[in-house]
Design a protein around this ligand. Structure first.
Ligand SMILES: [Zn+2]
Ligand SMILES: [Zn+2]
Length: 340
């Protein structure tokens, strides 16, 4: 089969490799659509401590089951399916406490969707794999993983009706968070530096958009828009330490900052102790997803509650993978759909 194989930073080649073998508890999926995401950008540029090269890129996908292991019960050949990229072990300290996103054995992380076939390991088949309903496209279903992360972020935000929520960053994650925050009854202010992203945010329901290249002081602007108080909830969705700091400074007394975007390793931020203490601000990091959030994301996709199609800039065949990776490195477009 054809696959986009990563060998070293910025070295990805379309290669002919063996179709993955499956055991009795796994399934083999013919990939119909795979989506690019921020993680692929990081992987392409720097590699990943969990994956030793060579490995195949891509983790957001949907496809058709071509082979199911003998012991697999609810999945049949020919079934249209979507799966998340990991599953928790259900037996470690964190899983037992209901914090499966922190599972010590989460290394069952799946990569390999930028290929014609992908093998789905048993824990994911059991926990985080779903049959796609007839009226949902493969591309819509492939949003399962990013949407599950966004659902996690919004559930932690604890938004109340009529709250003002600031989202810093109108990339794919920011735009999913925006739609979920609107569902919670919030007034959403979204910031970004790209004209295209800002106008898409407007179309997707943002109440107020701020192009940060056009204003002097973002924190002050948020203050002015909230009667001098600050936002009830502010969410960082870009993964830049400086924006983390700004996000924290945008929340009102007693408000909450959700730090959603993953920053490069070995970076840190400064927090004003006075502000943190006397304003009783809550600062919450949010990472990954749990089977509960994956299921919620799946339900939202099936009900067509979230507009995902407008987050896909363009579709490309797998043979164009190098061009697509260059595009995401240069921050062109939002997400790309790869069709093997
Ligand atoms: Zn992803
Ligand atoms: Zn665990």
């Amino acid at each position: 089969m054809k696959a986009a194989v990563y060998s070293a930073p910025k070295k990805v080649k379309l290669k002919e490799v063996a179709i993955p073998r499956i055991n009795d508890e796994e399934i083999l999926v013919r990939v119909k659509v795979a989506l690019t995401c921020g993680t692929d950008r990081k992987l392409y540029l720097r590699g990943h401590p969990l994956f030793s090269p060579p490995f195949i890129l891509g983790h957001e996908f949907a496809g058709e089951v071509v082979k199911a292991g003998k012991k697999v019960r609810r999945v049949k050949e020919g079934m249209r399916v979507v799966a998340a990229n990991s599953a928790p072990c259900h037996s470690c300290f964190y899983c037992k406490r209901g914090q499966e996103e922190l599972c010590e054995n989460l290394l069952i992380r799946l990569s390999g969707a930028f290929a014609e076939y992908i093998a789905v390991p048993e824990p994911i088949v059991k926990d985080n794999l779903f049959e796609i309903p007839k009226d949902i496209t493969y591309q819509e279903a492939a949003f399962l993983e990013p949407l599950a992360c966004a659902v996690h972020g919004i559930e932690e935000a604890g938004i109340r009706l009529s709250d003002t929520v600031v989202i810093n960053g109108a990339g794919p994650m920011g735009l999913l968070l925006l739609q979920l925050a609107k569902l919670q009854g919030a007034k959403v202010i979204i910031t970004d530096l790209s004209k295209e992203r800002i106008s898409l945010a407007k179309r997707l329901g943002a109440d107020k958009t701020i192009n940060v290249t056009r204003i002097k002081d973002e924190i002050k602007t948020i203050e002015e828009l909230t009667e001098g108080k600050g936002a009830d909830v502010a969410i960082e969705a870009v993964g830049i330490p400086e924006v983390w700091e700004k996000t924290i400074s945008m929340v009102r007394k007693g408000g909450k900052a959700i730090l959603f975007g993953g920053c490069p390793s070995k970076t840190s931020i400064k927090i004003d102790t006075q502000l943190f203490h006397y304003n009783e601000i809550t600062i919450k990091g949010v990472f990954h997803h749990t089977p509960n959030y994956v299921k919620k994301a799946f339900d939202l996709i099936c009900r067509k509650t979230i507009n995902t199609n407008s987050l896909v800039t363009k579709e490309y065949p797998l043979t164009k993978i190098k061009d697509v990776l260059e595009k995401i490195v240069n921050h062109q477009g939002l997400k790309f759909a790869i069709v093997p």
